[in-house]
Design a protein around this ligand. Structure first.
Ligand code: NAD
Length: 485
């Protein structure tokens, strides 16, 4: 098996890095790629190239710019298998998930923002003037400038393109830094951009880590005009400190500790299905995954038993097997973190209903990063395992007696990303969803997204919203022109 070389893409050329680091498979631990880490001078050159490319890119007719975006979407579709293999290789996620979600959404992000960029309108007012005449005021939006995109490892292509696509669509140029844990599909995206003839400097790729590496070189760079970041809340805080001296706009999509509320009047089977999906999808490594489940007392015992049965029946296996429902975690390092929470939960007095350990396969997968789907009960509400994001296939289930109590429990967190409410009472569905202190509340579903709607969270879960016109607001600066008539 060849070890892939993943290079940086700067000013329209692929470049070796100042050094390289190794990328290992989360499935069986073997070495799969050498990643070329960008040096500070390479980030500097990428930023300079992005500035040189900016006026022409921002000045393109919208139709020409969006044609490039559609070419990027077509490029992802054309090289679907390359993207799929690369994403699965980096993350170990099952082909059923990566092939249906990650890669198609990577292309869909470019199509959605190309469409939006074509249909923008402007704001204008006729204003009375003190001397009895009138002025025409209009506001037009110009690109923010050179945007730094820093993305995480859990949905690598999907979350990278979720930011690269609107940034490009609205006339910005971009330096992208994917997670060091999942560098492959970003490299393919740069190849697709190259193949599509995207002008040099419009989209640049710098591989590396956060501190003292490409991430920090970007966030402290005086000539980057804004940073859009998805990742952990603590990293968001560090980036905020780094960006502060330059007083630059930031958009942060951060962690979550999301709740699902299951009322006794819910469609029981649909709720069990939905909660199973929301806890264990992508091995629990979606920022929107449920980690706290609150169930109305009359159905609590039955629900815990049904959820445990579903967790135990999940097919854990090789990612390329279409029957596999759960693959490994993204890395051995992340598994150490998840296992430390498994140990902590026991110390904090949890009852482990199912899971809590590592599966044994007796083959190469024992060198990978697999863990068992896990369910806890019995933790106190102030336990660290209830308060902190684990980001693995695990949830805690607790009973509630009243709607008010359910709302209070769900909102008792410093995060504010997502919640799911399961009930057949329409009024309650609206009422409880609106009472959730989150950016995104689902009723009787999970993970359904319309790319035009606002996405993001409050508290530790982030700053700002992206999606549809909300992305427009981050990636452009409104400018008011006033003409006295
Ligand atoms: P992370 O914060 O460790 O890393 C994310 C990115 O930031 C990586 O590219 C990393 O190299 C970079 N980085 C790290 N430190 C940096 C620094 N000091 N300066 C600049 N860049 C730095 O996050 P992760 O572990 O890759 O991703 C998992 C986290 O992301 C979870 O907390 C999850 O909830 C969150 N997440 C949030 C959303 C959302 O939309 N709200 C979506 C997906 C993931």
């Amino acid at each position: 098996m060849t070890i892939r070389q993943l290079r940086n893409y700067i000013d329209g050329r692929f470049e070796d890095g100042a050094s390289t680091f190794n990328k290992h498979s989360p499935v069986d631990g073997r070495l799969i790629a050498h990643v070329h880490e960008a040096g500070r001078d390479q980030v500097d050159r990428a930023v300079a190239a992005a500035h040189r490319a900016l006026p022409a890119w921002a000045g393109l007719p919208v139709a020409a710019r969006t044609d490039y975006l559609l070419a990027l979407a077509d490029g992802i579709a054309r090289r679907f298998d390359d993207f799929l293999q690369a994403e699965i290789g980096d993350t170990g996620k099952p082909v059923g998930w990566a092939g249906k979600i990650d890669i198609p959404r990577g292309a869909a992000n470019f199509r959605a923002f190309a469409e939006l960029a074509r249909t923008l309108d402007m704001e204008s007012y006729m204003t009375d003037t003190p001397d009895g005449r009138q002025a025409l005021n209009y506001a037009y939006r110009k690109p923010l400038g050179v945007v730094g995109v820093i993305s995480p490892w859990n949905l690598p292509l999907l979350l990278l393109t979720w930011k690269v696509a609107p940034a490009l669509a609205f006339g910005n140029t971009v330096i992208m830094k994917p997670s060091e844990v999942t560098p492959s599909t970003a490299t393919l995206l740069a190849e697709v951009a190259h193949e599509a003839g995207l002008p040099a400097g419009v989209l640049n790729l710098a591989h590396g880590f956060g501190p003292a590496s490409a991430g920090e070189f970007m966030t402290t760079h005086p000539d980057i005009d804004g940073i859009t970041f998805t990742g952990e809340s603590a990293t968001g805080a560090a980036i905020m400190r780094a960006v502060a001296p330059g007083v630059k706009p930031v958009s942060f999509e951060l962690g979550g500790k999301n709740a699902a509320l299951v009322f006794a009047d819910a469609d029981f089977d649909a709720a069990v299905d939905g909660v199973t999906q929301s806890v264990f999808a992508n091995c629990g490594q979606v920022c929107l995954c449920t980690e706290r489940v609150y169930v109305e007392r009359p159905i609590y015992e039955r629900f815990v038993a049904a959820l445990a049965a579903r967790a135990e029946a999940l097919r854990i296996g090789w990612p390329m097997d279409p029957a596999t429902e759960m693959g490994p975690l993204v890395s051995r390092e992340h598994r150490e973190k998840v296992l430390s929470y498994f140990a902590l939960a026991r110390e904090e007095g949890a009852t482990v209903v199912t899971g809590g350990g590592v599966p044994a396969f007796g083959d190469a997968r024992d060198h990978g990063a697999y863990v068992q789907p896990t369910i806890w009960t019995g933790l106190a509400e102030d336990a660290r395992c209830i308060k902190e994001e684990v980001f693995g296939p695990v949830c805690h289930v607790a009973p509630f007696d009243t709607e008010d109590e359910a709302i209070r429990l769900a909102n008792d967190t410093r995060y504010g990303l997502a919640a799911a409410v399961w009930t057949q009472n329409l009024a309650r569905g609206h009422r409880v969803a609106q009472a959730m202190k989150v950016g995104l509340a689902w009723v009787n579903c999970w993970f359904l997204r319309d790319l035009r709607t606002p996405f993001g969270g409050s508290g530790l879960s982030g700053i700002g919203r992206e999606g549809g016109r909300h992305s427009l607001h981050f990636y452009t600066e409104p400018t008011n022109v006033c003409i006295k008539l």
